[in-house]
Design a binder for this molecule. Structure first.
Ligand code: FPP
Length: 249
């Protein structure tokens, strides 16, 4: 496989500098369809999807992305069958065990957003331990969104601001965008630059709604398990060619 840096530079504008997004987020969609196309159970799609996660984390680090946020389980995913929920949490557990050493070796710092305690004390504690163990790593930050919903995140932030106002710590009239952003779970990372969704669906599904305000959006037909270095490099090159104006001209 060719290095992602090479694939990326091939996609760069002629003579142009390649802009690398500091923060990329991905809605990893299409595992079920990938499995169905092969006559396999859905869990096989999730398993293949988890393999694509490994490749993507490596490729992102190699490309110079600082933060990669992946939507692994939404607060709405509890509506899936008990069997599928248990398959997904089982996979998380399995990969956590299997991948922790390579996360360490490759300098990946694991962080979480969402409410992982919803998965129960055992898995939540394992996740927290993995976050602790990788705290010193600085090659790339991998943020797993687990039991995450953007509206819920904003409601929590609003509640905190209301409490701080009630206690007299802040003046309600002084609440501005910066103060809201500072209460979100993503506050410590750079602004979201690029949001990718796979599988041909064109919606945000309650993912990083506030953070995506000025992000570039890329919707790909590729099903998540087929997402690889080359597809990623292509998306990064597409981002590099876009003009970001942030509302200006
Ligand atoms: C969407 O595919 C994907 C998910 C609901 C979860 C993403 C999970 C993984 C990538 C694997 C597990 C992750 C880890 C970290 C071990 P879908 O089921 O909605 O696909 P469909 O739309 O084709 O049915």
């Amino acid at each position: 496989m060719r290095p992602i840096a090479q694939l990326q530079s091939e996609g760069a504008p002629a003579g142009g500098e390649l802009r690398v997004p500091r923060h990329v987020a991905i809605i990893m969609d299409g595992n079920g369809r990938w499995a169905a196309k092969r006559g396999l159970p859905r869990v096989a799609g999730h398993r293949a999807g988890a393999e694509a996660v490994r490749t993507t984390v490596r490729a992102a680090a190699e490309a110079g992305v600082e933060v990669l946020t992946l939507y692994a389980f939404s607060s709405e995913n509890w509506r899936r069958s008990a069997e599928e929920v248990s398959d997904l949490t089982g996979l998380m557990r399995f990969y956590l065990e299997r991948e922790l050493a390579s996360l360490e070796k490759e300098g990946v710092r694991l962080e979480l957003i969402g409410e992982p305690e919803g998965f129960g004390p055992d898995l939540a504690a394992r996740l927290e331990a993995a976050v602790e163990r990788t705290r010193g790593n600085d090659k790339i930050t991998l943020v797993m969104a687990l039991n995450y919903g953007s509206r819920g995140e904003m409601a929590t932030a609003t509640r905190r601001l209301a409490e701080r106002a009630k206690s007299g710590e802040i003046d309600p009239a002084a609440i501005d965008e910066g103060m809201i952003a500072a209460e979100l779970q993503t506050a410590r990372w750079p602004e979201l630059d690029l949001l990718i969704r796979t599988s041909g669906e064109v919606r945000l599904s309650n993912f990083l709604l506030w953070q995506a305000a000025y992000a570039e959006l890329i919707f790909l037909d590729t099903l998540w398990p087929d997402f690889d270095q080359a597809v990623f490099a292509d998306a990064l090159a597409q981002y590099g060619r876009r003009q970001r104006r942030f509302g200006g001209r």
